[in-house]
Design a binder for this molecule. Structure first.
Ligand SMILES: Nc1ncnc2c1ncn2[C@@H]1O[C@H](COP(=O)(O)OP(=O)(O)OP(=O)(O)O)[C@@H](O)[C@H]1O
Ligand SMILES: [Mg+2]
Length: 337
């Protein structure tokens, strides 16, 4: 008998995340790293979404939190309306096996199994026979141009070959959602195109949903839309005409469910830097214009702000005037009084 907790998340999303925060705690001098700062993501069944953004912006952290490989410091993640952070070990494993596959930034193969058995392993884990698992594994390796390398051990395979084994392993369970971190990062352009056409086939013919982290123009344009991540926040969305080399040309800024708008640094610079702005909303249009000439000595603290009662990252409830969370070290935000 299953005891999955049905959340209040909408079940027509294959993947939904609300208010994701992640803090890497560190005792080093440079302190904790806040890698995700309140992210909201919704992916519909069969949709392909790319995540683009500079190195260190939090892409891999996001994918690990979404895939249930790492517990976010705060926030909820659901697959088809089932909240994974409420699931216990076995249920989580089962839900993940039945729904989602993960392709890591590094291939993460089992070093003691050859390519064929690495690919077959998720099916073996589900109790499928050796012969059937291996047959399906071989056919996937064939499709990925790895048919004659199926006896190779991971250490004997090149980076790109290992990545293709990892891709075959992710596909063997017929997942409904594939989370992939730089899936073509280690591949040459030709192999990369072959992998993408396999993804496109799954996307178009079998309605598989994708959330892919990428620096590649081709991978991003495979996606229906791309989300642009900067310093742990989604700042913009791009269509499938996304221009990775010049994101500003295809960018639509995002105002999330909490009403938060994060400006890309270059737009902020163009506006003359931080300061006070007048906002004028008319119909669907929002006009933002500088309220004052910028004065570098200007105190830009808005009126009526007070220290947050609760840490947004770890939910610690403050009992004093501390500026930093004693529990996770995040700086304490100001909120409207
Ligand atoms: N295990 C860790 N401990 C501490 N900090 C970490 C850890 N992993 C990542 N970080 C930090 O968290 C931030 C986000 O890292 P993440 O790996 O998610 O970035 P990324 O967008 O995937 O970058 P890349 O494009 O280089 O793969 C970075 O500042 C990184 O230094
Ligand atoms: Mg990464």
């Amino acid at each position: 008998m299953r005891d999955f907790h049905v959340s209040n998340q909408e079940p027509h999303y294959i993947l939904q995340a609300e208010g994701l925060y992640h803090v890497y705690e560190s005792s080093a001098l440079d302190g904790n790293v806040v890698a995700l700062r309140g992210l909201h993501v919704k992916v519909r069944p069969g949709e392909a979404v790319a995540v683009v953004g500079p190195s260190g912006s939090g892409k891999s952290t996001l994918l690990k939190c979404l895939g249930g490989l790492m517990k976010p410091s705060a926030g909820d993640v659901s697959f088809q309306g089932l909240q994974i952070n409420r699931l216990t070990g076995q249920d989580l494993v089962r839900l993940r096996q039945e729904t989602v596959s993960f392709i890591f930034q590094d291939a993460n193969l089992l070093p003691d199994l050859n390519a064929l058995d690495n690919v077959a392993q998720p099916l073996r884990h589900r109790g499928v026979s050796v012969a059937t698992s291996r047959r399906k594994a071989q056919s996937l390796l064939d499709k990925l141009g790895m048919g004659d390398r199926s006896n190779g051990m991971p250490a004997q395979l090149s980076g790109g070959e290992q990545q293709r084994v990892a891709i075959a392993r992710a596909l063997i369970t017929n997942p409904k959602l594939i989370l992939a971190d730089e899936p073509t990062g280690a591949l040459d352009p030709i192999t990369s195109r072959e992998v993408l056409s396999l993804f496109a086939k799954l996307h178009e013919e079998e309605d598989v949903a994708f959330l892919l982290v990428t620096h590649s123009r081709e991978v991003a344009s495979f996606a229906d839309r791309s989300l642009e991540l900067r310093e742990g926040r989604f700042i913009a969305q791009h269509g499938n005409d996304v221009d990775i080399a010049d994101l500003s040309s295809t960018r639509a800024l995002i105002i999330d469910e909490t009403g938060t708008l994060t400006l890309p640094p270059e737009i902020l610079t163009q506006l003359g830097g931080p300061g006070r702005f007048d906002i004028d909303a008319e119909g669907d249009n929002l006009t933002i214009s500088r309220a004052d000439e910028r004065d570098p000595d200007d105190d830009i603290t808005p009126v009526n702000l007070t220290l947050a009662a609760e840490c947004p990252a770890c939910k610690h409830v403050y009992t004093d005037e501390a500026q930093e969370c004693p529990s996770c070290g995040s700086s304490r935000p100001m909120v409207p009084a």
